[in-house]
Ligand binder design. Structure first.
Ligand code: ADP
Ligand code: GLC
Length: 494
């Protein structure tokens, strides 16, 4: 460790983090942001974290001094090696271990989907391989003597790692399974048991069987020493029929070893005062400078001027995100003088719905179908209000970026959205704590009422500005949550 201020000099412990995404290298959603930022935040707490992820095309070239630290002639049907190296530009501890297995990961398309838009048929093998190698590293360590005390598996892609450790009776390594989204369960047909190196004995309700299929997420949930999820509210929701998506029984059984740790955001990347991706940086004391970002965004998308707020959406376009509700109330939003910029991609009907709305209201509504990191920054910086009407939201990061950029979030009261945004009800406004607007249930009617409230608040510039300033100062960084992970790891080591 560097004896830098607020860095502890002794290593508190070693963590192998296992995941399929890592920002800024490879990202499809919030998982990448979290897996990419947490190691740096844990380093401040004195932890040595190394992250194992697949070597998708081009990734090995991004490592400084890549070294081969493990190899196999046959990992699920092909040659594989693990390349260790540091990620040059990332701040904090970005020690990466890339699983270079060309037969599994060197392919065009996205990391999960082929060019036909469907899951790669061998996704079970691809991510079983990742989990298998994680277990192997946890067992024997790396050539430099580094062996983890904690294996931290993220989502279904790493779900088999705790199971493989348990199967092989590997001792001295505690496992944590984090649920970022229970909707993705890593299902595979039962006929793959042998191929995935899973014993038939545990293919049952207490093991990794899920309605006749294998679930790699369930494997992690039953076999990890501890389970976490990404917000306290989602902990409670997961135990219910409505939100548990068939795994609520498992969750209830594990209640004593299950906790919620709220995600943070990487303050170095998401800093409106220093953001080089936005036209005009601004801070809570110079919120008036935000206006230039709003005007630039409206101009970029050919939107006309209005007195009303400019709304923004940055999202996967899926049922989870409740954006069909937004389509329902869109005529109303436009009628009232609002404008809207949407950035996202996903379900064909939602993409078509927003494209159609943009055609119909071309000077008020604009949509960019696709994935564009820089544009997302311009939207957070330019929008007056970011809309997150999710049906469920384990944590959600976009509302936190919105807070940081003074784009007051309008959110459904669920999961992490409930835990991060303070609703501008009368009491909260009176004592000066409100940072946004919440609505419930997730229906078009409730969203419409919430939009009315946003228009009302926006019509009071003094109040709106106070809320913006407060939102921008709301603590959304990693420090508290990194301490919570550190305390959890510590307790598991003991
Ligand atoms: P989820 O992980 O469920 O998609 P989160 O709110 O946790 O939701 O994280 C979404 C992340 O992905 C945020 O960093 C958001 O800015 C980013 N994002 C989503 N869609 C896009 C897009 N089309 N272009 C750029 N960034 C996007
Ligand atoms: C998932 C969830 C999202 C969460 C992210 C990071 O993708 O949908 O709510 O913020 O993971 O934990």
């Amino acid at each position: 460790m560097t004896g830098k201020k607020n860095k502890k000099t002794q290593v508190a412990g070693r963590v192998l983090s296992v995941a399929s995404e890592f920002a800024p290298l490879v990202k499809t959603g919030g998982l990448a942001d979290v897996v990419g930022a947490l190691p740096g935040a844990l380093a401040v707490e004195g932890w040595s974290v190394r992250t194992l992820l697949p070597a998708y095309p081009g990734l090995v070239d991004k490592l400084a001094s890549p070294t081969s630290v493990w190899s196999s002639d046959d990992l699920f049907g092909g040659k594989a090696r693990v390349v260790s190296g540091r990620l040059g530009k990332t701040k904090g501890s970005a020690d990466l271990l890339l699983l270079d297995a060309p037969h599994l990961f060197a392919r065009e398309g996205t990391i999960y989907l082929g060019e036909d838009g469907r899951d790669w048929p061998d996704n079970p093998q691809r991510f079983a391989a990742l989990s298998r190698v994680a277990a192997e590293i946890a067992n024997v360590g790396l050539p430099d003597g580094w062996r983890p005390e904690i294996l931290h598996a993220h989502d279904w892609q790493a779900g088999l790692a705790p199971t493989y450790l348990k199967q092989r009776n590997i001792l001295g390594v505690a496992t944590v399974m984090t649920i970022h989204n229970i909707a993705f369960q890593g299902l595979a047909p039962a006929t793959m048991l042998d191929e995935l190196l899973l014993s038939k004995d545990r293919f049952d309700a207490d093991g990794y069987e899920y309605w006749g299929q294998i679930s790699t997420l369930k494997a992690g949930l039953v076999d990890a020493d501890w389970i976490t999820t990404v917000s306290p509210t989602y902990v409670n929701e997961l135990a219910t029929l409505e939100f548990g998506m068939g795994l609520d029984g498992v969750i209830r059984q594990r209640q004593a070893t299950f906790s919620g740790i709220l995600n943070g955001v990487d303050l170095a990347v998401w800093n409106p005062r220093k953001d080089t991706l936005i036209p005009r940086p601004f801070g809570p004391r110079k919120i008036e400078d935000k206006r230039q970002n709003t005007d630039a965004l409206a101009q970029e998308f050919g939107l006309g001027t209005t007195e009303g707020p400019l709304f923004g959406v940055v999202s996967r376009l899926t049922r989870q995100k409740g954006l069909d509700l937004l389509l329902e109330v869109l005529p109303d939003l436009v009628e009232r003088g609002g404008r809207l910029v949407v950035l996202g991609s996903g379900d064909a009907d939602l993409e078509a719905g927003f494209a159609e709305a943009a055609r119909k209201h071309s000077d008020r509504v604009a949509v960019h179908i696709g994935y564009d990191e820089a544009l997302s920054h311009r939207i957070y910086a330019g929008a007056d209000c970011i809309l997150v009407p999710s049906r469920f939201e384990p944590c959600g990061l976009t509302q936190m970026y919105a807070l940081r950029y003074g784009a007051l979030p309008l959110v459904a009261r669920t999961g992490g959205l409930a835990d991060t945004v303070i609703d501008a009800n009368d009491a909260a406004v009176r004592v000066g704590v409100a940072t946004g607007v919440q609505f419930s249930p997730a229906t078009a009617d409730a969203l419409s009422t919430a939009l009315d409230r946003v228009f009302g608040l926006f019509g009071d510039p003094v109040l709106w500005r106070q809320m913006q300033e407060r939102a921008m100062k709301h603590p959304v960084g990693w420090s508290e949550s990194a301490k919570a992970y550190a305390a959890l790891y510590q307790s598991l080591m003991e």
